[in-house]
Every structure is written in C-alpha cells, then in structure tokens.
Ligand binder design. Sequence first.
Ligand code: UD1
Length: 434
Amino acid sequence: MERIRIVGGRPLEGTVRISGAKNASLPDVCAALLTDGQVVLHNVPEVRDIRTMGRVLADLGAAVDFRVGGTVAIQAGRITSVEATYDLVKTMRASVLVLGPLVARAGRARVSLPGGCAIGARPIDLHLRALEKMGAKIHVESGYVEARAERLRGAEVAFDMVTVTGTENVMMAASLAEGETVIRKAAQEPEIEDLAALLVAMGAKIEGAGSPTIRIRGVEKLGGAEHTVIPDRIETGTFIGACAVAGGDIEVRNCQPAHLRPVIEKLRETGIRIEEGPNNMRVRAPRTLRASDVTTEPHPGFPTDMQAQYMALMTQAAGTSTITETIFENRYMHVGELQRMGANIRVDGRKAVVTGHTPLSGAQVMATDLRASACLLLAALAARGETIVDRIYHLDRGYYRIDEKLRGIGADIERVGQGGRRATDAVVSAEPTA
Ligand code: UD1
C-alpha cells in the first residue's frame, strides 16, 4: 500500500495548474446516459472516482474512452443493463447519479443503496422522493433501489434540504421527462451550472441553474455534445491552504476565482494575500495567520469540502477559532490525527474549537476520507520533521497527482511503498477505494 512522506518547513514557490472538477465530471459523465449520441468531455481529472464512474457506465453498456490529456468520450448507443451493483456503488456514493438518467432513458434502474459512509449516514431519500413525484415507482429490496417509469412526468420538486447530487439527478431525469419540472431549494453549486451547460448543449431546456429555483422543460430526445468541465474549486482552495501553512508565494493557474468567493473571503480574513486574475490567482502567505471562525453551508456558503483543510490552517493561526460543520454529522475524523501531530482541538458535537499556533511535529498518520487526507498533507507541510500519511488511496480518489504538484512548487514530498522505498509516479493504482 502506498503512502506519502512529507518533510515540513519548506516554503512553496512557483506555479501550479488546477485540474478539472471531479464533482462536475461525475454528473457530466452520467449525463451521457441520456443520449445515444457521443458526449465528449474535456478537462476531466484522471482521478480514481472518475475511473470508477467509467466502470459503472461500461457495465450499463456505454463505450467509455479515456483519452490522454483529460478527454473522455462516452457513447451509450444502447443501454444493455440497468443495474449499478453493490461492488461499485459501495466504493463511491456518487454512483447514485446513474439513477435519474437510467429511469429517464431506459424506463428502469436498479441501483445498490450506497450504505454507510465514512462522513455520516448520507441517505438518498430525497433523490427517491423526487423521482416518485415525477411518476417513478420506487421499490427498495435486498439493498437495491428499483425504479420504473414508462415515461417520467414533469413535477414540482421542493427539496427539504439542499442536496447536490439529488438536484443533479432530478435535472437529468427531468430533461427527458414529459412536461415541466420545477426544482425548489435546488443546490446552487458551480457544478450544477456546469451540468446544466452540458445538458443544454445536448438539447435540454433548462433555466435558473445556479439559483434556488431551476426550471426544466422535458424534451423527447437529447443528442451528443462536447463540453469542457470547470476547474476544481476544492483543489484550488487546497493549494491556497498549502501555501498559507507552508509559507511562500505561488501562482494558481487554470482556476475560476468566482467559484471560490466564500473561500477567498474567509482566507483573506486569516491574512492570506490573494490577487485574482480572470482564471488565475497569486497567493502569498502571511507571516502569521489569524484565527477566524467558519461555518460550513451549501453554496454560496463556505464548502464542507474545505472544512478539514481550513482546520489545518487554524492549527497554525494566532488565536482561537470555532469551526462549525452543518452539512455532515461525522466529518471530524481528521481531528484525532491532527492532535497526534500536536494540534490543540476540542470537538463538541458539530463544533470544533481550535486553539492555534501550536507547533506541529511530523508523525505517522492515517487518511480517513478524501478531504481529511488533504488536511493531513497541509498539516505535514507546516510540521517539523517527517510525516508519513497512510491510506492515501483516499487522496487519489479526488486529487490528480497532488504529490507531484506540491513537489513542483517546492514541497519535500514523495510517494513511497510500504517498505519506505520510493514508489512509481503512477497514481492510478489498484487499491480499494472504499
Ligand atoms: C456532494 C459532493 C460532496 C459534498 C457534498 C456537500 C459530489 C459528487 N459530492 O455530495 O463532495 O461534500 O455535496 O456539498 O458532488 N441528504 C439526505 N438525503 C438525501 C440526500 C442528502 O438526508 O437524499 C443529506 C446528506 O446526508 C447530507 C446533506 O443532505 O447531510 C447534503 O448532502 P448532499 O448535498 O446530497 O451531498 P452529496 O450530493 O452526496
């Protein structure tokens, strides 16, 4: 099993290029199920979750062609199976994104329930209720959701709480439904707008994506399209955080500052200097970070996917900060590992109080989920001595060659095999993703 070894204390300098957004690519890949035409996506990050989604689609009969340079061509000429099996869904909850497209196109879907997840229960009840509202007959048995509908009908879907993949599932299903669907309390994340842009290019009629109310007029048929995925805003935020804890001055290229408004504002409060260009940023670390409270919220609030990285920053900030996680109930698994490195953090339910400016020392730590792994890398960059991060397959699910990118801007970081020897740079390896 591969690990990452980091020696902290080196300031970062140079330029880093951001990859395409994983969380936009996942629904975009699934949207290809809605048509027999070819969908060509550019700027897709070659991370493990995308490969897993490629396997899910291939199982359904789609031809999925990963080309060099982040282009993926998908053609679902015929749907030969409507089943997403437990083996794949258990490794990646986002597999549930095939549900809406399958029912809409094939009239039937059988998708394994995602089950427990490391960062909380994460049910899919909202997805199911919405599809029922659109006329699907839903049946849950033996751990699988079975949904059927001759043709879905447009409906008024008012979500009780904001759900990103739930909104995406309904957008895709509604694009081929009969009549108009109105989604209320829709997720407003940039990834929703990205999916809408792709669907519109395929012939869908969608208005309001990016606002709390989305209107979709169903069409009979969608066609192929070519689309470039937006840059990954969480990867961007992670690199800003890396520069802030390690010290230094970096340029972040191929990003979309407008998608990071709440993150940039919060990070500026901590003293980080961020100069925005149209699709790049210059980031300069302050001499000392300042503590600042944060509460995670759906977009346009501070993203839960940046909470763990922000906590690593706060361990190095002067003062005490309170971090409140409102989206997921169990997303503080990085705390124990940060404490082992010397951080002073107290968790009380959904709140974590970080007493900052404690020196961190390198240690052997274990990644528990995707963003927790990024948090540990950041802590390691700030720490004295050597840190070994174990279970980095979590990191490879969502970050494209983050070790190489960090090394490119001066970090002392390398991927090593179990025995401490340097591993190859091939990031997509054959380890489990759960
Ligand atoms: C997406 C992102 C994930 C991010 C999260 C919140 C993708 C592939 N993943 O996940 O990185 O952390 O948004 O920004 O885009 N909920 C229910 N019932 C449902 C659906 C959700 O109770 O049917 C709850 C969840 O348990 C959670 C909250 O709603 O507490 C938000 O979840 P949701 O927005 O659905 O997250 P995902 O779409 O899974």
